[in-house]
Design a protein around this ligand. Structure first.
Ligand code: NAD
Ligand code: UGA
Length: 461
Protein backbone atom coordinates (compact mmCIF):
# COMPACT_ATOMS: atom_id res chain seq x y z
CA UNK A 1 0.00 0.00 0.00
CA UNK A 2 1.61 3.31 -1.07
CA UNK A 3 0.53 5.77 1.59
CA UNK A 4 2.79 8.65 0.51
CA UNK A 5 0.41 9.95 -2.13
CA UNK A 6 -2.20 10.83 0.51
CA UNK A 7 -2.50 14.35 1.95
CA UNK A 8 -3.73 13.13 5.33
CA UNK A 9 -3.98 9.86 7.16
CA UNK A 10 -7.25 9.49 8.98
CA UNK A 11 -7.87 6.63 11.37
CA UNK A 12 -11.16 5.67 12.94
CA UNK A 13 -11.30 3.36 15.96
CA UNK A 14 -14.64 1.53 16.10
CA UNK A 15 -16.24 0.10 12.93
CA UNK A 16 -19.88 0.19 14.06
CA UNK A 17 -23.05 2.01 12.97
CA UNK A 18 -21.25 5.36 13.25
CA UNK A 19 -17.61 4.64 12.43
CA UNK A 20 -18.33 2.60 9.29
CA UNK A 21 -20.75 4.92 7.45
CA UNK A 22 -19.05 8.17 8.59
CA UNK A 23 -15.61 7.11 7.42
CA UNK A 24 -16.99 5.64 4.20
CA UNK A 25 -18.47 9.08 3.44
CA UNK A 26 -15.20 10.90 4.24
CA UNK A 27 -13.25 8.47 2.06
CA UNK A 28 -15.71 8.71 -0.82
CA UNK A 29 -15.77 12.53 -0.78
CA UNK A 30 -12.04 13.01 -0.08
CA UNK A 31 -9.97 10.74 -2.35
CA UNK A 32 -6.87 12.74 -1.33
CA UNK A 33 -7.02 11.29 2.22
CA UNK A 34 -6.34 7.76 3.30
CA UNK A 35 -9.03 6.50 5.68
CA UNK A 36 -8.49 3.38 7.79
CA UNK A 37 -11.08 1.93 10.15
CA UNK A 38 -10.00 -0.47 12.85
CA UNK A 39 -11.95 -2.57 15.32
CA UNK A 40 -11.19 -5.21 17.93
CA UNK A 41 -13.93 -7.37 16.42
CA UNK A 42 -12.12 -9.26 13.64
CA UNK A 43 -15.33 -10.76 12.25
CA UNK A 44 -16.84 -7.32 11.80
CA UNK A 45 -13.72 -6.11 10.00
CA UNK A 46 -13.86 -9.13 7.71
CA UNK A 47 -17.51 -8.41 6.89
CA UNK A 48 -16.71 -4.77 6.02
CA UNK A 49 -14.35 -6.17 3.36
CA UNK A 50 -17.15 -8.12 1.67
CA UNK A 51 -20.47 -7.23 0.03
CA UNK A 52 -22.26 -8.57 3.10
CA UNK A 53 -21.63 -5.59 5.38
CA UNK A 54 -22.02 -6.06 9.15
CA UNK A 55 -24.85 -3.51 9.28
CA UNK A 56 -27.87 -2.97 7.05
CA UNK A 57 -28.16 0.62 5.89
CA UNK A 58 -29.73 1.69 2.57
CA UNK A 59 -27.09 2.94 0.08
CA UNK A 60 -24.15 2.02 2.33
CA UNK A 61 -22.71 -0.80 0.24
CA UNK A 62 -22.62 1.41 -2.87
CA UNK A 63 -20.88 4.15 -0.87
CA UNK A 64 -18.31 1.76 0.61
CA UNK A 65 -17.60 0.29 -2.81
CA UNK A 66 -16.71 3.68 -4.30
CA UNK A 67 -13.71 3.99 -1.95
CA UNK A 68 -12.86 0.53 -0.60
CA UNK A 69 -9.40 -0.59 -1.70
CA UNK A 70 -8.62 2.89 -3.12
CA UNK A 71 -8.40 5.07 -0.02
CA UNK A 72 -10.68 3.23 2.41
CA UNK A 73 -9.35 0.23 4.35
CA UNK A 74 -10.64 -1.95 7.18
CA UNK A 75 -8.16 -3.51 9.58
CA UNK A 76 -7.54 -4.94 13.04
CA UNK A 77 -3.95 -3.66 13.13
CA UNK A 78 -3.76 -1.06 15.86
CA UNK A 79 -0.15 -0.07 16.32
CA UNK A 80 1.03 0.80 12.81
CA UNK A 81 -2.23 2.54 11.97
CA UNK A 82 -2.17 4.71 15.08
CA UNK A 83 1.46 5.63 14.45
CA UNK A 84 0.91 7.04 10.99
CA UNK A 85 -2.45 8.75 11.64
CA UNK A 86 -2.72 12.56 11.70
CA UNK A 87 -6.32 12.54 12.87
CA UNK A 88 -7.89 9.76 14.94
CA UNK A 89 -11.68 9.60 15.18
CA UNK A 90 -12.86 7.48 18.10
CA UNK A 91 -16.32 5.98 17.65
CA UNK A 92 -16.27 3.08 20.06
CA UNK A 93 -19.43 2.21 21.96
CA UNK A 94 -20.30 4.08 25.14
CA UNK A 95 -23.06 2.01 26.74
CA UNK A 96 -24.76 2.82 30.02
CA UNK A 97 -22.69 1.71 32.99
CA UNK A 98 -24.09 -1.45 34.57
CA UNK A 99 -22.09 -1.48 37.80
CA UNK A 100 -20.82 0.74 40.63
CA UNK A 101 -21.27 4.49 40.89
CA UNK A 102 -23.74 5.85 38.33
CA UNK A 103 -24.91 2.35 37.35
CA UNK A 104 -27.94 2.43 35.05
CA UNK A 105 -27.37 6.09 34.17
CA UNK A 106 -23.91 7.34 33.33
CA UNK A 107 -21.83 6.26 30.34
CA UNK A 108 -19.40 3.39 30.75
CA UNK A 109 -16.19 4.94 29.51
CA UNK A 110 -13.98 1.87 29.80
CA UNK A 111 -13.78 1.37 26.00
CA UNK A 112 -12.97 5.03 25.50
CA UNK A 113 -10.28 5.13 28.14
CA UNK A 114 -8.75 1.89 26.85
CA UNK A 115 -8.62 3.43 23.39
CA UNK A 116 -6.95 6.58 24.74
CA UNK A 117 -4.32 4.49 26.52
CA UNK A 118 -3.64 2.47 23.36
CA UNK A 119 -3.15 5.69 21.42
CA UNK A 120 -0.82 7.01 24.09
CA UNK A 121 1.25 3.81 24.18
CA UNK A 122 2.13 3.61 20.51
CA UNK A 123 2.11 7.22 19.26
CA UNK A 124 5.38 8.81 18.18
CA UNK A 125 4.02 12.13 16.83
CA UNK A 126 1.42 14.84 17.65
CA UNK A 127 -2.17 13.92 16.85
CA UNK A 128 -5.66 15.28 16.75
CA UNK A 129 -8.07 13.00 18.62
CA UNK A 130 -11.70 13.44 17.69
CA UNK A 131 -14.53 12.29 19.95
CA UNK A 132 -17.09 10.85 17.54
CA UNK A 133 -18.80 8.73 20.19
CA UNK A 134 -21.44 10.44 22.32
CA UNK A 135 -19.83 11.26 25.66
CA UNK A 136 -20.66 12.99 28.91
CA UNK A 137 -19.76 16.65 28.95
CA UNK A 138 -16.12 17.23 30.02
CA UNK A 139 -14.87 13.82 28.85
CA UNK A 140 -12.39 15.61 26.58
CA UNK A 141 -10.81 17.06 29.68
CA UNK A 142 -10.15 13.63 31.19
CA UNK A 143 -8.93 12.28 27.86
CA UNK A 144 -6.55 15.15 27.33
CA UNK A 145 -5.11 14.65 30.80
CA UNK A 146 -4.51 10.94 30.14
CA UNK A 147 -3.04 11.53 26.70
CA UNK A 148 -0.84 14.48 27.57
CA UNK A 149 0.59 12.77 30.63
CA UNK A 150 3.36 11.37 28.42
CA UNK A 151 7.06 12.06 28.61
CA UNK A 152 7.61 11.61 24.87
CA UNK A 153 7.05 15.31 24.11
CA UNK A 154 3.99 14.49 22.01
CA UNK A 155 0.92 16.72 22.09
CA UNK A 156 -2.63 15.44 21.66
CA UNK A 157 -5.45 17.87 20.95
CA UNK A 158 -8.86 16.42 21.82
CA UNK A 159 -11.86 17.71 19.83
CA UNK A 160 -15.54 16.89 19.97
CA UNK A 161 -17.29 16.17 16.66
CA UNK A 162 -20.51 14.41 17.64
CA UNK A 163 -22.44 12.48 15.04
CA UNK A 164 -26.09 13.27 14.33
CA UNK A 165 -26.92 10.62 11.73
CA UNK A 166 -30.02 8.47 12.22
CA UNK A 167 -30.03 4.80 11.30
CA UNK A 168 -31.95 3.93 8.17
CA UNK A 169 -31.09 7.32 6.64
CA UNK A 170 -27.39 7.43 7.56
CA UNK A 171 -26.03 7.81 4.05
CA UNK A 172 -28.25 10.78 3.21
CA UNK A 173 -27.71 12.31 6.67
CA UNK A 174 -23.94 12.17 6.13
CA UNK A 175 -24.12 13.45 2.56
CA UNK A 176 -26.47 16.35 3.39
CA UNK A 177 -26.20 17.03 7.11
CA UNK A 178 -28.30 19.75 8.77
CA UNK A 179 -25.06 20.70 10.47
CA UNK A 180 -21.63 19.41 11.37
CA UNK A 181 -20.40 20.43 14.82
CA UNK A 182 -16.73 20.70 15.73
CA UNK A 183 -15.76 21.76 19.25
CA UNK A 184 -12.28 22.50 20.53
CA UNK A 185 -10.47 24.21 23.35
CA UNK A 186 -10.37 27.96 22.69
CA UNK A 187 -6.57 28.01 22.54
CA UNK A 188 -4.30 28.58 19.52
CA UNK A 189 -3.58 24.83 19.29
CA UNK A 190 -7.23 23.97 19.81
CA UNK A 191 -8.43 26.35 17.08
CA UNK A 192 -5.77 25.09 14.66
CA UNK A 193 -6.85 21.48 15.18
CA UNK A 194 -10.49 22.53 14.79
CA UNK A 195 -9.70 24.18 11.46
CA UNK A 196 -8.04 20.96 10.28
CA UNK A 197 -11.19 18.91 11.02
CA UNK A 198 -13.44 21.60 9.50
CA UNK A 199 -11.33 21.32 6.31
CA UNK A 200 -12.14 17.60 6.09
CA UNK A 201 -15.90 18.20 6.08
CA UNK A 202 -15.64 21.27 3.85
CA UNK A 203 -14.80 18.87 1.02
CA UNK A 204 -18.53 18.30 0.61
CA UNK A 205 -20.48 20.12 3.35
CA UNK A 206 -21.27 23.82 2.73
CA UNK A 207 -19.23 26.01 5.11
CA UNK A 208 -22.31 27.67 6.62
CA UNK A 209 -23.44 24.26 7.86
CA UNK A 210 -20.21 23.61 9.74
CA UNK A 211 -20.64 24.99 13.25
CA UNK A 212 -17.72 25.46 15.59
CA UNK A 213 -17.90 25.85 19.36
CA UNK A 214 -15.96 25.21 22.50
CA UNK A 215 -15.43 21.56 23.25
CA UNK A 216 -17.84 21.37 26.20
CA UNK A 217 -20.67 22.95 24.20
CA UNK A 218 -20.12 20.39 21.43
CA UNK A 219 -20.21 17.45 23.85
CA UNK A 220 -23.31 18.76 25.57
CA UNK A 221 -25.13 19.71 22.33
CA UNK A 222 -25.15 16.08 21.26
CA UNK A 223 -26.84 14.92 24.48
CA UNK A 224 -29.29 17.82 24.32
CA UNK A 225 -30.19 17.21 20.66
CA UNK A 226 -31.10 13.58 21.43
CA UNK A 227 -32.97 14.61 24.58
CA UNK A 228 -35.06 17.16 22.63
CA UNK A 229 -35.88 14.63 19.88
CA UNK A 230 -36.91 11.98 22.40
CA UNK A 231 -38.87 14.57 24.37
CA UNK A 232 -41.05 15.28 21.31
CA UNK A 233 -41.87 11.59 20.97
CA UNK A 234 -42.69 11.25 24.67
CA UNK A 235 -44.82 14.40 24.44
CA UNK A 236 -46.95 13.07 21.60
CA UNK A 237 -47.08 9.58 23.14
CA UNK A 238 -48.37 11.02 26.41
CA UNK A 239 -51.05 12.84 24.41
CA UNK A 240 -51.94 9.59 22.61
CA UNK A 241 -53.09 8.19 25.98
CA UNK A 242 -55.29 11.25 26.51
CA UNK A 243 -56.72 11.04 22.97
CA UNK A 244 -57.86 7.48 23.62
CA UNK A 245 -59.87 8.70 26.61
CA UNK A 246 -61.15 11.94 25.08
CA UNK A 247 -62.25 10.56 21.68
CA UNK A 248 -59.65 12.75 19.94
CA UNK A 249 -57.33 11.42 17.21
CA UNK A 250 -53.62 11.82 17.94
CA UNK A 251 -52.79 12.03 14.25
CA UNK A 252 -55.15 14.98 13.82
CA UNK A 253 -53.80 16.64 16.96
CA UNK A 254 -50.16 16.18 15.81
CA UNK A 255 -51.04 17.64 12.41
CA UNK A 256 -52.75 20.68 13.89
CA UNK A 257 -50.02 21.30 16.46
CA UNK A 258 -47.14 20.65 14.05
CA UNK A 259 -48.57 23.09 11.49
CA UNK A 260 -47.32 25.88 13.73
CA UNK A 261 -43.92 26.62 12.18
CA UNK A 262 -42.54 27.38 15.64
CA UNK A 263 -43.28 23.79 16.62
CA UNK A 264 -42.77 21.99 13.30
CA UNK A 265 -44.23 18.69 12.13
CA UNK A 266 -41.30 16.30 12.46
CA UNK A 267 -40.91 13.74 15.26
CA UNK A 268 -44.56 13.91 16.28
CA UNK A 269 -45.48 10.41 15.17
CA UNK A 270 -47.10 8.60 18.11
CA UNK A 271 -45.65 5.15 18.55
CA UNK A 272 -45.30 2.17 20.81
CA UNK A 273 -42.24 3.99 22.17
CA UNK A 274 -38.85 5.10 20.96
CA UNK A 275 -36.04 2.58 20.78
CA UNK A 276 -32.50 2.58 19.51
CA UNK A 277 -29.18 2.44 21.27
CA UNK A 278 -28.95 6.13 22.06
CA UNK A 279 -32.05 8.07 23.19
CA UNK A 280 -32.47 6.34 26.54
CA UNK A 281 -28.74 6.06 27.19
CA UNK A 282 -28.05 9.70 26.33
CA UNK A 283 -30.96 11.08 28.37
CA UNK A 284 -29.95 9.02 31.40
CA UNK A 285 -26.45 10.33 30.92
CA UNK A 286 -27.79 13.89 30.92
CA UNK A 287 -29.81 13.10 34.04
CA UNK A 288 -26.73 11.78 35.79
CA UNK A 289 -24.67 14.84 34.89
CA UNK A 290 -27.42 17.14 36.21
CA UNK A 291 -27.64 15.12 39.43
CA UNK A 292 -23.90 15.24 39.91
CA UNK A 293 -24.01 19.05 39.60
CA UNK A 294 -26.85 19.12 42.17
CA UNK A 295 -29.50 20.12 39.59
CA UNK A 296 -32.21 17.82 40.95
CA UNK A 297 -35.20 19.50 39.25
CA UNK A 298 -33.48 19.53 35.85
CA UNK A 299 -32.56 15.86 36.23
CA UNK A 300 -36.15 14.93 37.13
CA UNK A 301 -37.53 16.89 34.19
CA UNK A 302 -35.48 14.89 31.67
CA UNK A 303 -35.90 11.56 33.42
CA UNK A 304 -39.64 11.84 32.80
CA UNK A 305 -39.02 11.58 29.05
CA UNK A 306 -37.72 8.05 29.64
CA UNK A 307 -40.49 7.25 32.13
CA UNK A 308 -43.21 8.19 29.63
CA UNK A 309 -41.52 5.98 27.06
CA UNK A 310 -41.62 3.02 29.44
CA UNK A 311 -45.25 3.85 30.30
CA UNK A 312 -46.19 3.85 26.61
CA UNK A 313 -44.76 0.35 26.10
CA UNK A 314 -46.48 -0.98 29.24
CA UNK A 315 -49.73 0.65 28.15
CA UNK A 316 -49.55 -1.06 24.77
CA UNK A 317 -49.27 -4.50 26.38
CA UNK A 318 -52.19 -3.66 28.70
CA UNK A 319 -54.36 -2.59 25.75
CA UNK A 320 -53.61 -5.85 23.99
CA UNK A 321 -54.32 -8.00 27.03
CA UNK A 322 -57.58 -6.22 27.88
CA UNK A 323 -58.81 -6.36 24.28
CA UNK A 324 -58.04 -10.06 24.07
CA UNK A 325 -60.59 -10.75 26.83
CA UNK A 326 -58.08 -10.28 29.68
CA UNK A 327 -56.14 -13.41 28.92
CA UNK A 328 -53.54 -14.14 26.31
CA UNK A 329 -52.36 -17.44 27.76
CA UNK A 330 -51.71 -19.86 24.89
CA UNK A 331 -52.95 -17.37 22.31
CA UNK A 332 -50.76 -17.10 19.23
CA UNK A 333 -49.78 -13.49 18.51
CA UNK A 334 -47.64 -12.21 15.64
CA UNK A 335 -45.37 -9.21 16.16
CA UNK A 336 -44.73 -7.49 12.84
CA UNK A 337 -41.26 -5.95 13.10
CA UNK A 338 -38.37 -6.42 15.51
CA UNK A 339 -36.13 -3.52 14.43
CA UNK A 340 -36.38 -0.35 16.55
CA UNK A 341 -37.35 1.58 13.41
CA UNK A 342 -37.77 0.88 9.70
CA UNK A 343 -34.83 0.42 7.30
CA UNK A 344 -32.40 -0.97 9.83
CA UNK A 345 -31.57 -4.39 11.20
CA UNK A 346 -30.71 -2.83 14.57
CA UNK A 347 -32.79 -4.09 17.51
CA UNK A 348 -31.04 -2.31 20.36
CA UNK A 349 -33.66 -1.08 22.90
CA UNK A 350 -36.38 -1.99 20.40
CA UNK A 351 -39.89 -1.76 21.88
CA UNK A 352 -40.65 -5.01 19.99
CA UNK A 353 -38.23 -6.95 22.18
CA UNK A 354 -39.68 -5.49 25.39
CA UNK A 355 -43.24 -6.25 24.28
CA UNK A 356 -42.36 -9.76 23.09
CA UNK A 357 -40.91 -10.55 26.53
CA UNK A 358 -43.91 -9.09 28.35
CA UNK A 359 -46.36 -11.11 26.24
CA UNK A 360 -44.31 -14.22 26.85
CA UNK A 361 -44.58 -13.65 30.61
CA UNK A 362 -48.35 -13.84 30.10
CA UNK A 363 -47.72 -17.20 28.39
CA UNK A 364 -48.77 -16.09 24.94
CA UNK A 365 -47.21 -17.92 21.97
CA UNK A 366 -45.29 -15.30 20.05
CA UNK A 367 -44.16 -15.38 16.45
CA UNK A 368 -41.67 -12.73 15.40
CA UNK A 369 -41.24 -11.49 11.85
CA UNK A 370 -39.01 -8.81 10.32
CA UNK A 371 -37.40 -8.33 6.90
CA UNK A 372 -33.92 -7.47 8.25
CA UNK A 373 -33.68 -7.94 12.00
CA UNK A 374 -34.64 -11.56 12.73
CA UNK A 375 -31.10 -12.83 13.19
CA UNK A 376 -30.12 -9.95 15.50
CA UNK A 377 -33.30 -10.60 17.50
CA UNK A 378 -32.49 -14.27 17.87
CA UNK A 379 -29.03 -13.37 19.18
CA UNK A 380 -30.35 -10.69 21.52
CA UNK A 381 -32.89 -13.09 23.05
CA UNK A 382 -30.20 -15.69 23.74
CA UNK A 383 -31.58 -18.66 25.67
CA UNK A 384 -35.06 -17.17 25.52
CA UNK A 385 -35.08 -17.41 21.72
CA UNK A 386 -36.26 -21.02 21.79
CA UNK A 387 -39.52 -19.83 23.37
CA UNK A 388 -40.38 -17.77 20.28
CA UNK A 389 -41.18 -18.67 16.68
CA UNK A 390 -39.21 -16.81 14.02
CA UNK A 391 -40.77 -16.46 10.57
CA UNK A 392 -39.48 -14.18 7.82
CA UNK A 393 -42.71 -14.31 5.79
CA UNK A 394 -45.43 -12.13 7.41
CA UNK A 395 -48.25 -14.14 5.80
CA UNK A 396 -46.96 -17.34 7.38
CA UNK A 397 -46.28 -15.51 10.66
CA UNK A 398 -49.92 -14.40 10.86
CA UNK A 399 -51.39 -17.85 10.24
CA UNK A 400 -53.54 -19.18 13.08
CA UNK A 401 -52.91 -16.13 15.25
CA UNK A 402 -55.49 -14.33 17.35
CA UNK A 403 -53.75 -11.01 16.92
CA UNK A 404 -51.14 -9.07 15.00
CA UNK A 405 -49.26 -6.15 16.52
CA UNK A 406 -47.32 -3.72 14.32
CA UNK A 407 -44.04 -2.95 16.05
CA UNK A 408 -41.94 -1.43 13.27
CA UNK A 409 -43.06 0.99 10.56
CA UNK A 410 -41.66 -1.06 7.62
CA UNK A 411 -43.32 0.03 4.33
CA UNK A 412 -43.84 -3.66 3.62
CA UNK A 413 -46.53 -3.88 6.30
CA UNK A 414 -48.58 -1.09 4.74
CA UNK A 415 -49.16 -2.99 1.51
CA UNK A 416 -49.80 -6.56 2.68
CA UNK A 417 -52.98 -8.30 1.56
CA UNK A 418 -54.82 -8.08 4.88
CA UNK A 419 -57.88 -9.82 3.47
CA UNK A 420 -55.73 -12.90 2.83
CA UNK A 421 -54.19 -12.58 6.30
CA UNK A 422 -57.62 -12.25 7.94
CA UNK A 423 -58.85 -15.47 6.28
CA UNK A 424 -56.11 -17.51 7.96
CA UNK A 425 -56.44 -16.03 11.46
CA UNK A 426 -58.42 -17.21 14.48
CA UNK A 427 -61.67 -15.26 14.99
CA UNK A 428 -62.34 -12.75 16.33
CA UNK A 429 -59.15 -11.36 14.77
CA UNK A 430 -57.37 -8.37 16.26
CA UNK A 431 -54.82 -5.92 14.95
CA UNK A 432 -52.91 -3.51 17.19
CA UNK A 433 -51.18 -0.80 15.22
CA UNK A 434 -48.25 0.35 17.35
CA UNK A 435 -47.10 2.69 14.60
CA UNK A 436 -50.40 3.97 13.18
CA UNK A 437 -49.33 3.09 9.65
CA UNK A 438 -52.28 1.02 8.48
CA UNK A 439 -55.64 1.94 6.94
CA UNK A 440 -57.76 1.32 10.03
CA UNK A 441 -61.18 1.78 8.40
CA UNK A 442 -60.33 -0.69 5.66
CA UNK A 443 -59.08 -3.26 8.20
CA UNK A 444 -62.30 -2.86 10.17
CA UNK A 445 -64.31 -3.43 6.97
CA UNK A 446 -62.35 -6.64 6.35
CA UNK A 447 -63.49 -7.86 9.76
CA UNK A 448 -60.59 -7.04 12.09
CA UNK A 449 -61.04 -5.47 15.51
CA UNK A 450 -58.62 -2.58 15.14
CA UNK A 451 -56.69 -0.87 17.93
CA UNK A 452 -54.75 2.14 16.69
CA UNK A 453 -52.70 4.35 19.00
CA UNK A 454 -54.26 7.55 20.28
CA UNK A 455 -57.57 6.88 18.60
CA UNK A 456 -60.73 5.05 19.52
CA UNK A 457 -60.63 1.35 18.62
CA UNK A 458 -62.88 0.04 15.83
CA UNK A 459 -64.52 -3.12 17.12
CA UNK A 460 -67.31 -5.42 15.98
CA UNK A 461 -68.77 -5.94 19.44
P1 NAD B 1 -21.36 0.08 17.72
O1 NAD B 1 -21.44 -0.81 18.89
O2 NAD B 1 -22.12 -0.23 16.48
O3 NAD B 1 -19.81 0.23 17.28
C1 NAD B 1 -18.77 0.44 18.19
C2 NAD B 1 -17.58 -0.41 17.73
O4 NAD B 1 -16.43 -0.09 18.54
C3 NAD B 1 -17.80 -1.93 17.88
O5 NAD B 1 -17.66 -2.55 16.61
C4 NAD B 1 -16.71 -2.37 18.88
O6 NAD B 1 -16.19 -3.65 18.59
C5 NAD B 1 -15.66 -1.29 18.68
N1 NAD B 1 -14.74 -1.14 19.80
C6 NAD B 1 -15.01 -1.08 21.13
N2 NAD B 1 -13.86 -0.92 21.84
C7 NAD B 1 -12.84 -0.86 20.93
C8 NAD B 1 -11.42 -0.71 21.03
N3 NAD B 1 -10.82 -0.57 22.22
N4 NAD B 1 -10.70 -0.72 19.89
C9 NAD B 1 -11.29 -0.87 18.67
N5 NAD B 1 -12.62 -1.01 18.52
C10 NAD B 1 -13.39 -1.01 19.63
O7 NAD B 1 -21.74 1.53 18.25
P2 NAD B 1 -22.33 2.75 17.39
O8 NAD B 1 -23.79 2.61 17.26
O9 NAD B 1 -21.48 2.94 16.17
O10 NAD B 1 -22.08 3.95 18.40
C11 NAD B 1 -20.79 4.44 18.67
C12 NAD B 1 -20.93 5.78 19.37
O11 NAD B 1 -21.59 6.71 18.51
C13 NAD B 1 -21.77 5.74 20.66
O12 NAD B 1 -21.21 6.63 21.59
C14 NAD B 1 -23.13 6.23 20.21
O13 NAD B 1 -23.82 6.86 21.27
C15 NAD B 1 -22.76 7.24 19.15
N6 NAD B 1 -23.80 7.47 18.11
C16 NAD B 1 -24.47 6.40 17.57
C17 NAD B 1 -25.40 6.63 16.54
C18 NAD B 1 -26.18 5.49 15.90
O14 NAD B 1 -27.05 5.78 15.10
N7 NAD B 1 -25.92 4.24 16.20
C19 NAD B 1 -25.59 7.93 16.05
C20 NAD B 1 -24.87 8.97 16.61
C21 NAD B 1 -23.96 8.71 17.64
C1 UGA C 1 -31.39 9.23 16.72
C2 UGA C 1 -31.31 10.68 16.26
O1 UGA C 1 -32.40 10.93 15.35
C3 UGA C 1 -29.98 10.98 15.56
O2 UGA C 1 -29.90 12.35 15.23
C4 UGA C 1 -28.84 10.60 16.52
O3 UGA C 1 -27.60 10.80 15.87
C5 UGA C 1 -28.97 9.15 16.92
O4 UGA C 1 -30.27 8.95 17.55
C6 UGA C 1 -27.96 8.72 17.93
O5 UGA C 1 -27.37 9.53 18.60
O6 UGA C 1 -27.82 7.51 18.01
P1 UGA C 1 -31.91 6.90 15.57
O7 UGA C 1 -32.03 6.42 16.97
O8 UGA C 1 -31.07 6.15 14.62
O9 UGA C 1 -31.35 8.41 15.57
O10 UGA C 1 -33.37 6.97 14.91
P2 UGA C 1 -34.61 8.00 15.04
O11 UGA C 1 -35.13 8.24 13.69
O12 UGA C 1 -34.27 9.19 15.84
O13 UGA C 1 -35.67 7.14 15.82
C7 UGA C 1 -35.50 6.79 17.18
C8 UGA C 1 -36.73 6.09 17.69
O14 UGA C 1 -37.83 7.01 17.79
C9 UGA C 1 -37.23 4.96 16.79
O15 UGA C 1 -37.67 3.89 17.59
C10 UGA C 1 -38.38 5.59 16.04
O16 UGA C 1 -39.31 4.66 15.57
C11 UGA C 1 -38.96 6.50 17.11
N1 UGA C 1 -39.76 7.63 16.59
C12 UGA C 1 -39.18 8.56 15.79
C13 UGA C 1 -41.09 7.76 16.99
O17 UGA C 1 -41.63 6.93 17.73
N2 UGA C 1 -41.81 8.83 16.52
C14 UGA C 1 -41.27 9.78 15.71
O18 UGA C 1 -41.99 10.74 15.34
C15 UGA C 1 -39.91 9.64 15.34
Amino acid sequence: MNTDKFEKHILCIGAGYVGGPTMAMIAARCPQYQVIIIDINAEKIKAWQTDDLPIYEPGLLELVKTARGKNLYFSTELEENIKKADIIFVSVNTPTKSFGEGAGKTADLQYWEKTARNILKVSVSDKIIVEKSTLPVRTADAMERILNSNDKGIHFEVLSNPEFLAEGTAVNDLENPDRVLVGSQETARGRKARATVVEVYANWVPREKIITSNVWSAELSKLVANAFLAQRISSINSISALCEKAEADVHEVAKAVGADTRIGSKFLQASVGFGGSCFKKDILNLVYICESYGLKEVAEYWENVVKINEYQQRRFVQTMTRALFNTITNKRIALFGCAFKANTGDIRESPAIYIAKKLLQEQARIVLTDPKALENTRQELGDLARKFDFEADPYKAAMNTHAIAIMTEWDLYKTLDYERIFQKMEKPAFIFDGRNILDHTRLFEIGFNVYPLGKEPLTHF
